[in-house]
Ligand binder design. Structure first.
Ligand SMILES: NC(=O)c1ccc[n+]([C@@H]2O[C@H](COP(=O)([O-])OP(=O)(O)OC[C@H]3O[C@@H](n4cnc5c(N)ncnc54)[C@H](O)[C@@H]3O)[C@@H](O)[C@H]2O)c1
Length: 342
């Protein structure tokens, strides 16, 4: 996988598309970063773009015009998922690399279209999975590398947020909007890709969500490891952290992580058990700024970043395979879901 690079050392000139809640969160984070400047802001709602734009940035409703006026070098797409396809296609068509908020696209066929468009344009398209960038998650990954072969990774996410808005009326709110982070983190921890899944989605009687807000899924990952995901968005009391609660059961020990503090590890075996592929390199920084650092380094040097669209497609495929399994009541392979998506 190669893409055009923009060698240089100064801050990368970004156009932020989408001045909603997350777009404004991104712009607050960017205001402290030496790696990138917000040179332009685009939103279909012109007043929102103007209100969110930092002093000196160009604001408007048309990406091509704002990008030209502010001499943009890259696009940060923080629009609602339905707009990821048209916004990313337009950016790639302008010859600009894209850092996009998760999910890669609203549907798997649209995601495949974007992966092909990035290939054709020869531009980087990276999806920001900010929850990968947590120092204790990286520490957990380093610790489990010495535990030998992995057997089971379990995950629990139990929260009870009252968001209001789209999440309370959409289908599959937990799997589509949240689980992508956890599925992606599981791939990161295990250095493995999804093979097949059996999933049950349901809505507890007291749920305040229209769609199914609780899910249990068992994934077969490459190498035969099982990843068991359980989560609920209507689970008051003893809530987990937003980074979930994890347990890695391996050949020579076990590690747990509560999603906040340092992981706990009990090693029972002897000898060198370092796993190939376990080395993840230097930690790039926390949360959104970790994602940004990976993107900027990739654009400057050509090093393929985590979340590059071909890679992230496999995290998104886990979401859609889980939904296909829940809807059909059968075990579904990721390959068949990707094939059906075109
Ligand atoms: N990583 C995280 O933790 C996290 C958290 C929340 C949201 N998100 C993601 O961020 C994205 C935005 O979510 P949000 O909560 O900010 O939504 P939002 O609805 O608050 O904001 C979306 C903005 O995009 C604008 N928009 C829509 N279509 C557009 C288009 N074609 N061109 C330009 N602007 C357009 C809307 O006018 C709106 O201002 C989503 O993909 C969401 O999944 C990620």
């Amino acid at each position: 996988m190669s893409f055009r690079t923009i060698p240089g050392e100064g801050p990368l000139r970004l156009v932020v598309v989408g001045a909603g809640q997350m777009g404004r969160t991104w712009m607050r984070a960017l205001s402290d970063s030496p790696l990138a400047d917000v040179a332009g802001v685009v939103d279909v709602d012109e007043a929102a773009a103007r209100a969110a734009a930092p002093p000196g940035a160009v604001a408007g409703t048309t990406l091509s015009e704002v990008a030209r006026r502010c001499a943009a070098e890259a696009v940060l797409d923080v629009t609602a998922p339905a707009a990821h396809l048209p916004v990313t296609l337009e950016a790639l068509g302008l010859g600009l690399p894209v850092l996009g908020e998760k999910p890669l696209a609203a549907t798997l066929p649209e995601a495949l279209e974007l992966v092909r468009a990035a290939e054709q344009a020869g531009e980087l398209f990276m999806v920001s999975q900010n929850r990968r960038f947590h120092p204790q998650l990286w520490r957990l990954k380093r610790e489990i590398a010495a535990l030998g072969r992995f057997g089971i990774l379990t995950h629990e996410f139990f929260k009870a947020p009252h968001f209001g808005g789209f999440r309370e009326v959409m289908d599959h709110p937990l799997v589509l909007d949240m689980a992508i982070h956890n599925f992606d983190a599981a791939r990161f921890l295990l250095d493995a890709d999804p093979v097949a899944v059996y999933c049950e989605e349901y809505n507890p009687p007291w749920s305040w969500y229209a769609g199914n807000a609780a899910t249990t899924a068992v994934f077969e990952m490459t190498g035969g490891v099982r990843f068991v995901y359980t989560g609920s968005w209507c689970s008051p009391g003893l809530e987990t952290s937003w980074n979930s609660s994890w347990r890695v059961s391996a050949e020579s020990g076990t590690a747990t992580w509560d999603g906040a503090g340092p992981p706990r590890v009990e090693r029972t075996g002897e000898g060198e058990l370092e796993q190939p592929g376990a080395v993840v390199g230097g930690y790039p920084g926390d949360d959104l700024l970790g994602s940004l650092a990976m993107f900027v380094r990739a654009v400057r040097t050509g090093v393929v970043p985590m979340g590059e669209c071909h890679d992230n497609l496999r995290s998104l495929a886990m979401v859609h395979a889980a939904i296909a399994s829940a809807e059909s009541g059968s075990r579904v392979t990721v390959e068949e879901v990707l094939r059906a998506a075109g």
